[in-house]
Ligand binder design. Sequence first.
Ligand code: SAM
Length: 286
Amino acid sequence: MGEMAHQTYPSATLYVVATPIGNVTDISLRALHVLSLVNAVACEDTRNTATLMGRFGLHKPLIAAHQHNEREAAQMLISRLQAGERIALVSDAGTPAVSDPGARIVDAVRAAGLRVLPLPGASAAVTALSASGLVNDQFYFVGFLPAKAKQRENFLGTLRSVTATMVFYEAPHRILDCASALAAAFGPTRQVVFARELTKMFEEIHRCPLSEAEAWIKADGHREKGEFVVLLEGAVPADDENDAEADRILQILLAELPLKQAAGLAAQITGRKKNALYDRALVLKG
Ligand code: SAM
């Protein structure tokens, strides 16, 4: 903690502070220091933040700043910052403004010419990626999928040719629907990782092909509870040289056969991977 005494914490600044996603001891020393010196903490839910701060013996004025009042809260925070205050912005868990309130406040504070200083910490997406074993230098953060089946299906259709690992957040009561929608949209062979209850007592990180995803969730009644990050393997990158020929063969087969069979035959004819051809066939079928 002594190190921090030599660091400067400017006034008239909004501190965007990441908080733990489950394990309370994941809070950083710097986060605790900043929470102890700010004039007030703007938070998604004052009860949650009061509980978190109380565990570290911290008691500060709390300002409600949630998705229903973000614009008004931003104006009030700007006035206080202009008066020289230091204010922390936190969400219920993880990094504010990432599938959480905060982005509008940060935007307004920056537009007012005031300083925004981020304090890094837990984010469920990055935590899940780090333990997934999915080898890919790129990831595509999707966040929450549309709740309605048709919208979700249409949206997933737009992701079929994404080659980066895709990162979804999902509510527990929708996890089964999510698994079946992913299997329908991307086919049975893509790898999926369910990162459940990260940093908590019943943490599970399970990887399987999409064909086995629903069965894994159903195998334990507890799995439809808890919090989930879902990671989906990206499409196999296109190999430019043989693309046109593979597409031509696939188009012919798709006109006559179901998608799975067409992909399998195209794999035998071209010597290319069935997964890649399956993905491509999904794109060609629109
Ligand atoms: N801002 C947060 C972050 O940086 O991770 C995310 C907040 S978002 C409202 C909540 C979603 O994050 C949950 O529905 C779940 O998908 C994911 N999540 C949060 N905590 C998690 C945990 N401990 N394990 C797995 N997923 C988690």
